[in-house]
Design a protein around this ligand. Structure first.
Ligand SMILES: [Cu+2]
Length: 268
């Protein structure tokens, strides 16, 4: 076999980095148009699905609707990004896959200034706008309210304790009057925990050596659960306790009973 014949057996390859020939039939639309159309449809379906899902239980505080709206805005912003990233990934995996027997290295590609400016600027604007929006909502929710009930929350492995300052009352159940603003002062006796009542939406870490605060106003009578939202040890999953939101009159009589019981306990 001559040298020339042997060469003809090798599949001809384009030199690395050479532009590919445009494979489109004349008049056919650029694939980017089809991809954008598919991306828009996938985004619309994805947004509809994530907004349809009930992510949280029925709200029970005045600020819950604002928080749910922030969550929905984040979902609406996230789905098209997921679709874009996955479309590019899947397209590249298919389009640029190595054919059997092709052992060549990929073409050396260096920076693309325009692309880099775009993928830095758009996420920067998006994340900044969402951060400002979130901050405005949180600042509004954290504003001091008149006639606040102050409740000390103490976390420890693996229980919660609730203290009503000035009343010398300590309780394992969190009892709150409906429609009265509450300020929680959260501490921990050991590791980091996180105070969360899903129906109240707001959540705050309990950090050793710090007192963290959250404010909210329960507006629905009911029984809920405090859950620990920070993995804190072997009993983390059972670190749950009862929350009761009751009428103000019922709260007052409960507090009076607790105070009397506490004084009795001290006297004995
Ligand atoms: Cu915990």
């Amino acid at each position: 076999m001559s040298e020339g014949e042997r060469e003809s057996e090798v599949r001809p390859v384009a030199p690395a980095g050479a532009p590919e020939q445009d494979p489109r039939i004349e008049g056919e639309k650029h694939p980017i148009v089809k991809m954008l159309a598919l991306g828009a449809i996938a985004s619309i379906i994805g947004v509809a699905v994530v907004l349809w899902i009930d992510w949280f239980p029925e709200p029970a505080t005045t600020g819950a609707d604002d928080i749910d709206l922030v969550y929905d805005v984040l979902l609406i912003a996230s789905v098209p990004i997921l679709v874009l990233v996955m479309a590019v990934v899947l397209y590249c995996v298919y389009k640029f896959r190595a054919r059997p027997g092709d052992m060549r290295d990929g073409a050396p590609i260096h920076g693309n200034a325009r692309l880099e400016v775009v993928w830095v600027t758009i996420p920067f604007i998006l994340v900044s706008a969402l951060a400002v929006y979130g901050w405005i909502v949180l600042d509004d929710l954290e504003a001091k309210q008149p006639n606040e009930l102050k409740v000390n929350v103490t976390a420890r492995q693996f229980t919660w304790g609730f203290g009503y300052p000035g009343e010398e009352v300590r309780s394992d159940t969190l009892v709150l009057p409906k429609d009265r603003p509450v300020e929680f002062r959260i501490n921990t006796e050991d590791v980091i925990h996180s105070f969360w009542v899903p129906e109240f939406r707001l959540k705050s870490d309990a950090v050793p050596g710090l007192t963290t605060k959250i404010r909210l106003t329960p507006n629905r009578i009911g029984r809920y659960q405090v859950v620990c939202a920070e993995l804190c040890g072997i009993g983390h999953s059972v670190m749950r306790q009862l929350v009761r939101v009751v009428e103000p009159s019922e709260f007052d009589s409960w507090l009076a009973d607790q105070r009397a019981a506490a004084q009795e306990g001290q006297g004995s």
